[in-house]
Design a binder for this molecule. Structure first.
Ligand code: GPU
Length: 834
């Protein structure tokens, strides 16, 4: 049956955008959706009513996008990612709808504080850091560029933990983000799929008498999709983020009924639902746990089966899978897609191996996000076979054919064969997911120019030599909608007043700001905006931490996951150096600074947690030492997340991007800081290289060894003690930490950090120490000339155009996905506005 066209109308209360429409809609939603009269409404009720008012205004775009893509059988990008770190939706959706200002006016006119409602929203923390946030920025740009897209991932019940700091230590609190309901998602139980696990394989003869393989799984779970719209900026495109929740199949209930084992059946239900219970809180590191492999296979199989359902719904023959879908693998977390797509095409859709393999390779592409060896995913063979016996067979088959090809191309090179094999057989046997991703994809890319080069020279060298045509670079980017327009309205207004609003979707236009760097009025406005934003952050630090920070000090900020390679402790070595100078000479003339840190440590990462404790310990001593006279302050900002990040980037004077060269694949915080006018102190690592290239060397504070020098230094035999012995300032810093000065006399507390640096210093803090401190002295000097600093700040923002995720996504579209925009009309199908 089918609804007649005229029967459905889109009413003004649901779509109208006059101030009056918005006010009425809000009150209606409060009454009918939240079920509250104003007298009983809580702040959350107001937030929910507002969210529904916004959601209603998304629906027509979302439905029209779905209709358009279905009717046109549009080629679609599927971005597969174990993490999507979306951040709060409300403000972002209002920006993309072009309704931020009218909605603010409407709500304020009702006597409710709009900004407070924006602050009321929590965030779906379904990611750890850079990788998950990149996926979110890419969904924003894909929609802005009107590219038909599905984001596919996992609907974790608990996202990244909430971080509290107690006695200077990190404490983890579970993130119950769904507690108050989620107005942005719609469950789509009608598209539930079934996911098999375990068991064994067998062969059988089909009706033509041909032998085929069959997987006889031991258990299964249901995957239920939950959809969230992702809007494009001021276009009608509304794409879908489809996240899968694991549920027990209903057959469990029948089993209980039949056998009387009610407890056993309920327990089985709990076990199934565990699969999407919690996000693994490790960044750039693997754990090798079976539940994690279950999560990966679960969301990949759900997503590929969903694509097959869509193919069938649109009556597209399965041979054309790669024409309908371009599937991007966000790191190796979804790399099991190579084997799963083969299984679905060969075992379920009965395609021949060679045809299925061509489709698989043409469909898939792989982005690598790290060179760190501890982050390269591999699974123990036994664990893998127990969970996915058919996939192991398929991987063996792929590997046999692949090894034959390599053997022909590189004759008599057994070492190379062993390195490239999908199975690591050097000791205990493992499935190598990066190798699987490389072999099964037609395109492989790194995330910054340096990173992509190093990939070809190191971890993926053999694969580069085997198929160089697959490799390319796609430097990361960030969305200027969330990280400028939404989070920095004052700067947005100033820029738009001068150059119009075209820069929001064409960030290179920011270059037009260069013409104003000698305009004193403009520079003064730029500077006073920065000061006003710093004041807001200072107020919130006063309120939350009771620390008084001066907006005339340099806001020197390092926010990112806590990791030894990111070297938050190098930052600390500089802070203690300044402190030692003050103690040696209390009247020394130093440029005042506020050092802000933020970031989470993986709960099992002892050194990272100790680094947080050291920041806290140093801040306690420095902030209350009267000799310091407030000239330096140190604050650890707890529970750093997307929402808080939006307050942090605009307030920064100095962005700390100080990883050991060759370790940070790209970084994306570096871009968010710079486009908001912060200057960067950084190494030649990741995208810093390109940021400096764009900003100009004279507008960037560069220090430290290059990746090449790091490699040489290590090859020669790096000895941190030599640096310690040769540098009295460094000695004093280390000795102060070791003496218990920052730990109430306890010499053991920070010993693991001291010993690690003195004995091995794997991230070369000591080698870079002097260069870093001298560079920081240049920063302090530069800040004293405020006119010059402001010009440098403007030039940084003006030259960050290439770091819009719109540019990154355009490159993916052109070079990897071969996909074109599809315009969604305002009204289509059976919906007509009244
Ligand atoms: N990254 Br692998 C993560 O955040 N988590 C991971 O598990 C892996 C990589 C980051 C890189 O460390 C960072 O340099 C990069 O900018 C980001 O991915 C996005 O590409």
């Amino acid at each position: 049956m089918q609804l007649r066209n005229e029967l459905v109308r889109v009413e003004a209360d649901r779509t109208g955008t006059t101030i009056d429409n918005l006010k009425r809609a809000f009150l209606e939603n409060l009454y009918y959706v939240q079920g509250k009269p104003p007298a009983l409404a809580t702040l959350n009720d107001y937030y929910m009513a507002l969210a529904h008012t916004v959601r209603d205004r998304i629906m027509q775009r979302w439905n029209n996008s779905a209709i358009t893509y279905t009717e046109n059988q549009s080629r679609t990008v599927c971005y597969l990612s174990a993490e999507f770190l979306m951040g709060p939706h409300l403000g972002n959706n209002l920006i993309n709808l072009g309704l931020y200002e009218p909605m603010k006016q409407a709500i304020d006119e009702l006597g409710i504080n709009f900004d407070e409602l924006i602050e009321e929203e929590g965030e779906p923390g379904l990611g750890n850091g850079g990788l998950g946030r990149l996926a979110a920025c890419y969904l924003d740009s894909l929609a802005a560029l009107e590219i038909p897209t599905m984001g596919y991932g996992i609907r974790y019940e608990f996202g990244i933990f909430k971080q509290d700091i107690r006695d200077g230590w990190q404490v983890e609190i579970t993130d119950k983000w769904l507690r108050n309901g989620n107005p942005w998602e719609l469950a789509r139980p009608e598209w539930t799929v079934s996911i098999p696990f375990g068991g064994h394989t067998e062969s059988y003869r089909n009706s033509q008498g041909v032998y085929r393989a069959r997987w006889v799984p031991a258990w299964e779970v249901k995957g239920v999709p939950y959809d969230t719209p992702t809007l494009g900026y001021k276009v009608n495109t509304a794409n879908t983020l489809r996240l899968w929740k694991a549920e027990a199949p209903e057959s469990f209930d029948f089993q209980a009924f039949n056998t009387g084992d009610y407890y056993g059946a309920v327990n089985a239900k709990v076990v199934s639902e565990n699969i999407t219970k919690v996000l693994y809180p490790n960044d750039d590191e693997i754990q090798g746990k079976v539940l994690r492999l279950q999560q990966q296979f679960f969301f990949v199989s759900c997503s590929l089966q969903d694509m097959i359902r869509i193919m069938k719904g649109q009556k597209i023959p399965m041979e054309r899978f790669h024409e309908k879908f371009a599937v991007q693998l966000n790191d190796t977390h979804p790399a099991i897609a190579v084997a799963e797509l083969m299984r679905l095409l060969v075992d379920q859709e009965f395609l021949g191996w060679d045809e299925a393999w061509a489709i698989t390779q043409n469909t898939l592409a792989y982005t690598n996000h790290t060179l760190l060896p501890e982050a390269l995913e591999r699974w123990q063979i036994d664990l893998f076979r127990d969970l996915l016996p058919r996939h192991l067979e398929i991987i063996y088959e792929i590997n046999q054919r692949f090894m034959d090809d390599v053997r022909v191309k590189f004759i008599d090179d057994d070492a190379r064969l062993a390195r490239m094999s999908l199975i690591d057989e050097s000791g205990e046997r493992y499935v190598r997911m990066a190798n699987l991703a490389c072999v099964g994809s037609h395109a492989i890319n790194g995330v910054a120019a340096l990173h992509s080069e190093l990939l070809k020279q190191t971890v993926l060298k053999d694969f580069y030599e085997y198929s160089p045509e697959k490799f390319s670079n796609k430097t990361n980017g960030v969305t200027p909608r969330r990280f400028m327009v939404l989070s920095n309205p004052r700067l947005t207004q100033l820029i738009t007043d001068r150059i119009g609003s075209g820069w929001i979707t064409d960030l290179e236009q920011l270059r037009q700001l260069e013409q104003f760097i000698d305009d004193p009025a403009f520079c003064q406005q730029w500077r006073s905006i920065k000061q006003a934003i710093k004041q807001d952050l200072a107020d919130s630090i006063q309120k939350d931490y009771g620390v008084d920070v001066s907006i005339d000090s340099i806001f020197d900020i390092q926010v990112k996951r806590i990791h030894e390679y990111k070297r938050q402790h190098l930052n600390l070595l500089h802070i203690i150096t300044l402190y030692n100078r003050i103690k040696a000479n209390p009247n020394i003339d130093i440029t005042p600074r506020t050092f802000l840190f933020g970031g989470k440590a993986a709960p099992g990462y002892f050194m990272a947690k100790l680094m947080i404790k050291l920041v806290s310990a140093v801040s306690e001593v420095i902030n209350r030492d009267p000799d310091v006279r407030g000239r330096i302050k140190v604050v650890f900002l707890k529970n750093y997340n997307v929402k808080f990040a939006q307050h942090v980037y605009p307030a920064a004077d100095l962005s700390e991007q100080i990883s050991t060269a060759g370790k940070e694949a790209s970084g994306t915080g570096n871009m968010k800081f710079a486009m908001n006018g912060a200057l960067t102190i950084g190494t030649l690592d990741g995208a810093n290289v390109e940021i400096m290239e764009q900003a100009g060397e004279e507008n960037f504070f560069l220090f430290g060894l290059t990746a090449e020098e790091v490699r040489e230094r290590k090859a020669r035999g790096y000895d941190p003690k030599a640096y310690y012995n040769a540098n009295p300032n460094l000695q004093l810093v280390i000795d102060r930490i070791a003496s218990g000065f920052f730990s109430h006399g306890d010499k053991t507390l920070f010993q693991p950090i001291v010993d690690n640096l003195m004995q091995s210093d794997p991230y070369l803090l000591f080698a870079d120490y002097q260069s870093y401190v001298e560079c920081q002295d240049r920063v302090a000097e530069a800040y004293r000339d405020q006119d010059k600093w402001t010009r440098m700040s403007i030039l940084n923002a003006a030259r960050m155009g290439m770091f819009s995720s719109d540019r990154s996504i355009q490159e993916y579209c052109d070079d990897i996905w071969n996909v074109k925009p599809v315009t969604v009309k305002e009204t289509e199908g059976f919906c007509s506005a009244t």
